[in-house]
Each structure stands twice: as C-alpha cells, then as structure tokens.
Design a protein around this ligand. Sequence first.
Ligand SMILES: [Zn+2]
Length: 386
Amino acid sequence: MKAIVNGRVVLENATVTGQAVLFDEKIVGIVPENEVRDCEIIDAQGKYVLPGLVDMHIHGYLGEDASDGKAAGIRTMARGIAKNGVTSWLPTTMTVSYAELEKAFKAIRTVKKESEKDNFDGAQIMGINAEGPFINPSKKGAQAGEHIRPCDPEFIAKYADIIKVFTVAPEMKGNLAALRRIHKEFPKLLISMGHTSATFEQAQKGVRAGVRHVTHLFNAMTPLMHRDPGVVGCALGDSRLSTELIADTFHVNRNLFKIVSELKGDKLVLITDCTRAGGMPDGEYSLGGQPIFVKGIECRLADGTIAGSVLKLNEAVRNMHLNVKRLPIHKVVKMASLNPARALGIDGVKGSIKPGKDADFCFADDDFNISRTILRGRTIYSGEDK
Ligand SMILES: [Zn+2]
C-alpha cells in the first residue's frame, strides 16, 4: 500500500492536514499520519492533494484534435493534459461530417481501452463528448455550418456505448421528439443544450424532453434579458441542469464567476473547451476544418468569432479561486472534479478523495501549478519531466 503524507488534502467538504491518504489502485482510507505503518510513502511537501481533475469538454491539445480521427493524437492529448492534473476526460468532437465523426469515435474507442490498462501514461478516457452536429446554424460559433443536421437517434444509438454527452439545440425542427426518444432509450446519456437560439420556453421544453446539462454557459446561446430570459435564464434557474463554464476570463467576464457559482453551486462544471493550440505557442491552427488564430488566451476565426480556448483545467480552477473571494478551496476544486463526475454519472469511481474510489490525485501549489498526477495509484506525471 502507498500513503500520501504532508499534504493539504482536499476532500469533498473540507481541506484537512495531518491526514494521510492510503491507496493501492483504489483509495483505502484517510487516517492520521502517525497511524501510517508499512506503506510506500509519497511526500506531498505541503502541497494541496487534489482529486484528479475531470475535463468533460476538450477538443484538442499539443497540436492534436479529437476530431482528427488519429489514435496517436488522442494519446498525445491524454499524456499532455495529465500534466495539468487531469486524470479523466472526454475527447470532444466538433460538428464535422458523419464519416469524420465515425473515424474519430473509432480512434477514441481504441485509446479509451488502452487508457483503462495499467501501462497507460496519460489521463483515462471516460467516453466521448459530441458537441454537435445537432445544433442551430444561427449559433454555430466556430462549428462548420455545412455539417449541421437534425438530432438523429439512430446515430446516437449506434455509439451509445461510448458517447457520454452530446450537444443539441432543442428549438430545431424535430429535435424535441428525437430527444424524448433518446432520453427514454438511454437515460444515462447526458443531453446538453448548446449552440442554441432557444427562447426560455423552448429551453424548458428541452429540459422536459431530457436535457440535463448546458454547453459552455453564455457562449453560443440566447442571453439573459430581463423580459426574455433565454437559455441562460433557464440554465441559471433550473437546478436539474448542470452547467459548463469556460473560466478563462475571456469567454466569460470574471465578474460573473461569483454569481454563477452561487446560483449553480455543485452543478457548476469548469471545462477548458481547449483546441489543438493548447500547450502550444501563439500562431495559426485549425478547429473543425477552419483556420483559427491564437494570441495569448484568445482563439478566433478569421472573422473574429471566438473559437475555443487554450485553457488548462488547473488554470480554470486558479481563475475561479482568484475571482470568487472566500469560496473555500474544496468548493472550487469540486467544480473541476466531483461536479463533472456527477454530471457524467461516474462519481462512484471518480471525482473525489473518498475510500473505494479510484486513486486519482494531483498535487498542486498555492497557484494550482501541478507537480504530480496519479491515476489509479500510479504516478503518470511528476514535475521532473516538465
Ligand atoms: Zn467545444
């Protein structure tokens, strides 16, 4: 058995010191440090010991993109994001052709299996997030308009073993009926509304049809107006809906972080929406077949449309921590661990430091720089190979 000592251990409802985390592949217990016997000791050197982070919406990293359909690219991403403290993730596809999606799904399925084995040195794939193609062309953002289609229950059924979440615009013709069918057949599949011009009432109808999640709140959806509350109004007010936020301070103004965190609480999920430009220098890249231009934290299409991000999930945690005063660390960390795990229905094994769950951890300093990442009890990243 192994024991992490000398850390500030971030549990679901508190941060504790003087406690050791015992684990093999699974977390065995949390005990006073002076009770530790016969364990391989891992010294956290006073750092935060966080649950492994969960990124449920990430397209690319280190020059690779989940929509490329290349297994090697998915492996590179898995290894890359492990350095940001991520232990579980959903490679996220864009609105591309069915042929490209099917190729991408196949590659992701291959690497998902590898990532469940003990010799894999990257973050574990928990399934796929299909962002589109069932969206509204008027809110396509950086998605390719020519590949948008009506929601397709047959297509979803074909890949229901691997798709964990997909995005849909509930107001598009036929989509509500399709959603009802999918929700009934696959109740565990998370249906997210996004890239949508739904009114508040249409969004509510979506929820009645099975929508339980909201794709990157505020971005590519109808805003909250006081006489027309839109999808944002529905997302903020309905406690059944978990809600993604790209907390890079560019997609959403930092002054909104506090109000969103207060309204959504444990239903708020930090995501990166990262593109292949993540972890790379400024310059020109591509997203869903379109060129994007990256400068600092901004990614845009040629016409200026915002196109994904270069955010890292540990940075999203830092941004939330810095911009929401007096929010306890364990609540901030939950937004990137337990909250997404719950939304995805994987919180029985992932998302928090609790006996019985997978031994997934990362060590972070006060600025949330990551120095070590552990997946199912094995170190998959340690600061030395930075
Ligand atoms: Zn996205």
